[in-house]
Design a protein around this ligand. Structure first.
Ligand code: SAH
Length: 216
């Protein structure tokens, strides 16, 4: 039987995202647009719209749709803003971000995953996403400052470089906590005077952020 991905996608947005309190139409429309089935491996395609994370190879996962939505929604993004994502993985979160803002930069340490993501963006003609292979805990200086930064892996603490590369009024969403355990999603905000504030959201479980300012 051929699956109706369009229908599954619409149901996913209604049931898993909208019904759980995400109201921003820009965010909902982005999830209505991006074909999640294009970001999972062949043998998991039928599970693309399940309410959970899925393996994407190299021991990594594509995050649960609701968690991606919660993280993106928490940044209150505007169309003319610039976003950096750490942990490209399949490229799904970056793809959703690219439907909301003008420019998306994303960094992945695992070369094979980064290369696959680049191919997916090309196939879908998402041409406002730039991918770099490297250590995202150091940020991406050349394109800074960023209005929003999404960290898609569990961090021991907020990497200093990311705070430095944030614009005035910039926001970071990041899961902070124990490796292999639960983490707390945190929103870090910089105000016009450069003052930093922190807010706690849900508890989550992410794969570890590696690198210089991650888990070594
Ligand atoms: N956003 C992804 C999910 C990523 S899972 C998606 O939508 O599919 C987390 C990813 O972070 C993994 O692919 C992992 O390899 C990557 N990662 C871990 N540490 C990193 C680092 N220091 N810099 C960049 N990527 C990192």
């Amino acid at each position: 039987m051929k699956l109706d991905f369009e229908k599954l996608r619409k149901e996913m947005v209604e049931q898993q995202i909208k019904n759980r309190g995400i109201e921003d139409e820009k965010v909902l429309n982005a999830f209505r647009e991006v074909p999640r089935e294009e970001f999972v491996e062949e043998n998991y395609k039928s599970s693309s719209y399940d309410d959970g994370a899925l393996p994407i190879g190299a021991g990594q996962t594509i995050s649960q749709p609701y968690i991606v939505a919660l993280m993106i929604d928490s940044l209150n993004l505007k169309p003319d803003e610039k976003v950096l994502e750490i942990g490209t993985g399949s490229g799904y979160a970056a793809a959703v971000l690219s439907r909301i803002v003008e420019e998306v930069y994303t960094i992945e340490t695992i070369e094979t995953l980064a290369q696959k993501a680049v191919k997916r963006f090309a196939r879908l003609e998402y041409d406002n996403i730039e991918v770099k292979i490297g250590d995202g805990t150091l940020g991406w200086e050349e394109n800074a400052p960023y209005d929003g930064i999404v960290v898609s892996a569990a961090a021991p603490h907020v990497p200093e470089a990311l705070i430095k590369q944030l614009s005035d009024k910039g926001r970071i969403i990041i899961p902070v906590g124990e490796r292999g355990g639960v983490q707390r999603l945190k929103v870090i905000k910089k105000d016009e005077e450069g003052k930093i504030s922190e807010e706690n959201l849900d508890y989550v479980r992410f794969v570890p952020l590696r690198g210089e300012n991650g888990y070594r």
